[in-house]
Ligand binder design. Structure first.
Ligand code: GDP
Length: 294
């Protein structure tokens, strides 16, 4: 994960450490390398600019330059600011005080929605919840089959009926959750290759029928700034409450992870790091920052 970025940052900080004492110019030169590394990692241009001005403001201070290990001081500042950039705290999935909690997973086709729906169901089940999944991607029969297979694998029921529209399916899911005494409804929705009005409209109609407690946008980390643009577009139409960032296991750059929060103000709530059903975890900004710095 983020191997390219980590390697470049490590080289920069190694050069700084080798110098021992640092002048203001040394720090500025080091931060120019950090800037290049972030831009090459496909981090949003403005995010990089603001980030570096915050780091520079802190790093040029007397305390850092006169300390015995100034390079370490700079690394600490970069780590703190990276953590801040990604939202600082763990953002949990909000559960309704009056169950069932309704969670929609939305996003483009291929982003990892169906897989993430099952992963989240498994995670919630392990936490003692009683989830149920609703398959509403009626345009892609393979998606329904895939969710049903995953449901069997993790022992979570999947609601689906031929001939029902997505709006009718969520209503059905809601009614069945009452009958089956399930406390979380996970709705796997249809995706398109591109954002289109019909897709958004349908999601809006579904949420009118069965309101959401959480609308989680699933985005593919490997698509970098495209993932950020997708997040902006979905947020304009739907009450998106958080992001699930998938395929981090294949992301050598890190641009999406480092930009989404700052650009869209949406918290990354969960990250997916593999194809298996247990490859989902809560997103911890501080741990991610440490991982990026290696
Ligand atoms: P959907 O069209 O949005 O429902 O996407 P799917 O859930 O069908 O996922 C598309 C492909 O991405 C599948 O082959 C998944 O196995 C794969 N995938 C999903 N999440 C991850 C992940 O975190 N890491 C990796 N390596 N593959 C993933």
């Amino acid at each position: 994960m983020f191997d390219n970025l980590t390697e470049k940052l490590q080289n920069t900080f190694k050069r700084m450490r080798n110098k021992g004492r640092l002048t203001e110019d040394d720090v500025r030169e080091g931060l120019r390398d950090v800037r290049m590394a972030l831009l090459e990692a496909d981090v949003n241009f403005k995010v990089v600019k603001d980030f570096l001005s915050r780091v520079e403001q802190e790093a040029i201070g007397q305390d850092i330059l006169e300390s015995l290990t100034p390079a370490q001081g700079v690394v600490r500042i970069v780590r703190d600011q990276l953590t801040e950039l990604m939202g600082n705290h763990v953002e949990r999935i909000k559960m309704a005080s009056n169950p069932p909690t309704v969670i929609y997973l939305v996003g483009l086709q291929g982003s990892g929605k169906t897989t993430s729906t099952a992963k989240l169901a498994k995670m919630l089940k392990q936490q003692g919840r009683q989830p149920l999944m609703v398959a509403t991607d009626i345009y892609r029969p393979a998606a329904v089959d895939q969710l049903q297979a995953l449901g069997q694998q993790i022992g979570v029921p999947v609601i689906y009926e031929d001939g029902l529209s997505p709006v009718q399916l969520v209503r059905e899911g809601w009614q069945r959750s009452r009958q089956m005494a399930k406390d979380v409804i996970l709705v796997d929705t249809a995706g398109r290759l591109h954002i289109d009005n019909a897709l958004m409209d349908e999601l809006v109609q579904m949420q009118k029928e069965v309101p959401a407690h959480e609308t989680l946008l699933v985005v593919d980390a490997m698509t970098g700034q495209d993932a950020v643009r997708v997040a902006k577009a979905f947020k304009e139409t739907l009450p998106v409450t958080g992001v699930i960032l998938t395929k981090l296991d294949g992301d050598a750059r890190g641009g999406a992870a480092l930009s989404i929060r700052a650009v869209t103000d949406l918290p990354i709530k969960l990250i997916a790091t593999g194809e298996k059903v247990d490859a989902l975890e809560a997103f911890q900004p501080d741990r991610m920052a440490s991982r990026i710095l290696g």
